[in-house]
Write a protein that binds this ligand. Structure first.
Ligand code: IMP
Length: 425
């Protein structure tokens, strides 16, 4: 049952791309199972620095099969751009496959994402405006167009005609925007369809067969548990399942052997919504500048704060983490003391789990525990025992609070800048 799932333990941007790139050399198949091109993974390796949005970070390993599963929404232009930029860097896309069941992001989704955000006014979610929410909404309300529809031109034209009439009414009547042309959309997307076709497969079959052969499959999560539609800080979430991995690829949860929660050594968030440990002082600025905490997809500065162990423990419980990968550890190298949030306080009451009620979550004050910093560089360290004692204590305390061991500690962006505490797989 050799499946490893990599899941973001916070609000996304935990550094999952590096962990996937690192573990990909030990597996046969890497699968993206949720989200869309709202995700942004930065991968630094011997071929260069890459900002990936849709294509699994396993693509840099030529022997690895990369799958974009049915749970992902695909903007074909974004996908084809990413393919082109990989080809320009001589990265092969010969082993890249896209599920025929995946839903498409259409231009009206992108327009509506922006218009809906404007309409929300001060309650705006701060979406990436890539059309993710409207595309998932259409999937759920059975108004979506799938890749398999796109490949059959007659079906596509019929389906698009039906859906676009409805979308144009919303665009024109509700928002006073210009309607989209059926002919233009049909023409552009038919061309995308032709270019996409070589990549399209029944990807659930690819995975079934790989598992039957006893091959290792790595499920690459996008975003983070706190952006999950159900378990996140609703409505300040993305529209996808960012936990619950088996839903997005078509394999049984019983196959999942390891669930690695990727946990940044501090906390960041982009967009609106509660974040109890957010800092508005020079410590936060220091994290942002040292950690280059600017969105990969939108360039927005990320909100930064101390590690929130309430969130991390909750993510571990919801996803069943078997271990964590603690990332960006070196960003804390200069701090003389560090704080970890161990609980929340509201009106004198203590909360040990994030409350479902967002207005209550917004009022949560962090209860902090203070630990001494190590104040020396860690980026060249490769063994846990060689970390300064304060750094080891920080990791051990995180393990206690989260309730599972740390298997990986990342001390820099490069593949090599990694401490493997316990081997995976
Ligand atoms: P959407 O996914 O574009 O609808 O955005 C919804 C929320 O999720 C916003 O707060 C985004 O900033 C956030 N979000 C979406 N994708 C990512 C990601 O990959 N990293 C971090 N935040 C994300």
């Amino acid at each position: 049952m050799p499946v490893i799932a990599i899941i973001g333990a916070q609000w996304g941007d935990e550094g999952k791309g590096k962990i996937v790139d690192l573990l990909a050399e030990k597996v046969n198949v890497v699968v993206r199972f949720s989200g869309g091109n709202n995700a942004g993974h930065t991968v630094v390796n011997q071929l260069g620095e890459f900002r990936m949005h849709l294509i699994p970070s396993g693509i840099f390993h030529p022997d690895v099969t990369c799958v974009i599963g049915n749970g992902v929404v695909i903007d074909p232009a974004a996908f084809l751009d990413e393919v082109e930029s990989l080809k320009q860097h001589n990265v092969s896309t010969g082993n890249l496959f896209v599920s025929d069941r995946a839903h498409l992001i259409m231009p009206y989704h992108i327009l509506l994402d922006g218009l809906e955000e404007e309409a929300r006014g001060s309650g705006a979610i701060g979406t990436t405006r890539k059309g993710i929410g409207p595309a998932f909404a259409d999937k759920t309300s059975r108004m979506g167009i799938r890749i398999c529809d796109l490949l059959d031109k007659e079906t596509f034209r019929r389906r698009l005609g039906f859906v676009l009439e409805y979308k144009n009414s919303i665009l024109t009547k509700l928002y006073g925007a210009a309607p989209l042309s059926l002919d233009e959309l049909y023409h552009d997307y038919s061309q995308y369809g032709e270019r996409l076709a070589p990549y399209v497969r029944e990807t659930d079959v690819i995975l079934e067969e790989a598992l039957e052969r006893g091959e290792w499959v790595l499920l690459e999560g996008a975003q983070g548990t706190m952006l999950d539609l159900d378990f996140g800080t609703y409505p300040y979430v993305t529209s996808a399942v960012t936990g619950g991995v088996s839903l997005g690829v078509g394999i049984s949860p019983a196959n999942i052997k390891e669930v690695v929660g990727v946990l940044k050594a501090y906390t960041t968030r982009v967009g609106s919504g509660p974040m109890p440990t957010e800092l508005h002082d020079e410590c936060g600025d220091q994290m942002r500048e040292r950690g280059h905490e600017y969105g990969t997809t939108t360039g927005r500065p990320r909100r930064c704060g101390w590690l929130d162990a309430v969130v991390a423990r909750y993510s571990a419980e919801v996803n069943g983490f078997t271990s964590t990968a603690i990332t960006k550890f070196d960003i804390l190298d200069d701090f003389s003391s560090l704080r970890i949030c161990t609980a929340y306080k509201v009106d004198g009451a203590i909360y040990n789990r994030p409350p479902a009620h967002t207005a209550l979550f917004e009022r949560c004050e962090p209860v902090y525990e203070e630990l001494p910093g190590w104040q020396c560089p860690t980026s060249n360290i490769r063994r846990f025992e060689e970390l300064p004692s304060q750094a080891q204590a920080y990791v051990r305390r995180i393990e206690e609070l989260v309730g599972c061991p740390a298997s990986i500690i990342s001390v820099g962006a490069d593949r090599e800048q990694t401490i493997m505490v316990t081997p995976i797989p």
